[in-house]
Design a protein around this ligand. Structure first.
Ligand code: KG4
Ligand code: ZN
Length: 338
């Protein structure tokens, strides 16, 4: 079954064609980074307008690259939430029109579920149970994908999302937007033990995360050093900050896998592109004899292929969304399927 996936929940206008839930025929991303860069973050109104301008050209390119026509599409999957309402509405409206015009089933997909199923595009059909760390610009959650296909949220951030923390600290350090990749790059030349930043909630035996204290600690430490006339090594700050985030993420993910007796761990979402997180997670999984599913960075950040993959799973299970399905900016992870 050839599924068209559409993703417009934030600042990437993305579409993809995926065959049988695993084979990417085309995966096109119309990035809006340049439009948002002057503001150092995503501006919702700009995102919605840019989606309107970009979506049709992105769909055309997807078909050309996939060597397909609209008549070849057998199902349409679209992100219905969580995300920015104005941005979501553009993709949802387009998906409904296409499903209606082509008379093919429509399936609304949870963006976070999409991130988890990105793993399927590289590792083949997922065989639950899987514990997934979903870390992106808007989300930080630890979820359990059950054998029945349902999701349970084990924990989540109680304040900032991981990507948000990377982006805010990067801005504070005067780095380019988006900041995550910049910190990742700089950290490779820094000492992760140079500054002992706090590891929030590390010792608590739940799966929640907190990042605002770390952010404040970085700002305070930099001001203190500036005030004392000390030289500041930006790579050291980047490496130490990154290490504090990664430590907690790795520890909690493996603790969750252990507690639930799960032997597969997935690391997904934009922040899963982080090279230190990938390396440390690989090490920890090897030690714990747990299989690591870490899709390549291009599939970690927002894309349409992950939405098509997640949608395909639901379509083959017989699920359909009505043509009046609503976009839901605060959509939560769903319970068991059906
Ligand atoms: O999943 P995504 O593309 O969009 C959302 O759904 O939010 O994630 C974007 C986030 C941004 O905050 C960006 O700074 C972060 O992912 N990111 C990274 C890296 N690459 C992207 N953070 C840390 N290290 C990276 N290499
Ligand atoms: Zn995302």
């Amino acid at each position: 079954m050839l599924v068209l996936g559409i993703e417009t929940s934030c600042d990437e206008t993305a579409a993809a064609l995926v065959a049988d839930g695993v084979t990417v025929r085309a995966n096109v991303i119309g990035s809006q980074v340049e439009q948002h860069r002057p503001f150092g973050g995503v501006v919702p109104e700009i995102a919605a307008r840019a989606h309107l301008e970009l979506l049709l050209p992105v769909l055309d390119r997807t078909l050309v690259e996939g060597g397909a026509t609209y008549d070849d599409i057998e199902g349409v999957a679209v992100t219905v939430g969580p995300g920015l309402i104005g941005a979501l509405l553009v993709g949802v409206a387009a998906a409904k029109s296409l499903a209606l015009a082509q008379d093919v089933p429509l399936i609304g997909v949870n963006h976070l579920e999409g991130h988890v199923f990105a793993a399927q595009l590289e590792y083949g059909l997922l065989e639950p149970p899987v514990v997934a760390l979903v870390v992106s610009g808007g989300h930080t959650s630890l979820v359990l994908l059950d054998v029945d296909g349902g999701f349970t949220t084990l924990g989540a951030t109680i304040d900032d999302a991981a990507g948000e923390a990377y982006d805010k600290i990067a801005r504070f350090l005067g780095l380019d937007y988006p900041g995550g990749p910049e910190i990742d790059r700089l950290a490779q030349h820094g000492d992760p033990e140079a500054i002992a930043f706090p590891r929030a909630l590390l010792r608590r035996d739940d799966y929640d995360f907190s990042l605002s204290g770390l952010k404040t600690a970085v700002v305070r430490e930099l001001r203190r050093r500036q005030g004392a006339g000390q030289e500041i090594s930006v790579p050291d700050v980047a490496a130490s900050f990154q290490e504090a985030i990664v430590d907690v993420q790795v520890h909690k993910t493996l603790a969750a896998a252990r507690e639930h007796g799960v032997e597969q761990v997935a690391v997904v979402g934009g922040v899963a592109a982080n090279s230190r997180l990938r390396a440390r997670m690989a090490e920890a999984c090897e030690q714990a004899r747990v299989r690591l599913l870490a899709p390549s960075p291009g599939l970690c950040t927002d894309n349409g292929a992950m939405i098509a993959a997640a949608g395909w799973n639901r379509l083959v299970a017989g699920e359909r969304s009505p043509l009046d399905v609503a976009a839901d900016p605060g959509l939560a992870f769903s319970g068991p399927r059906g």
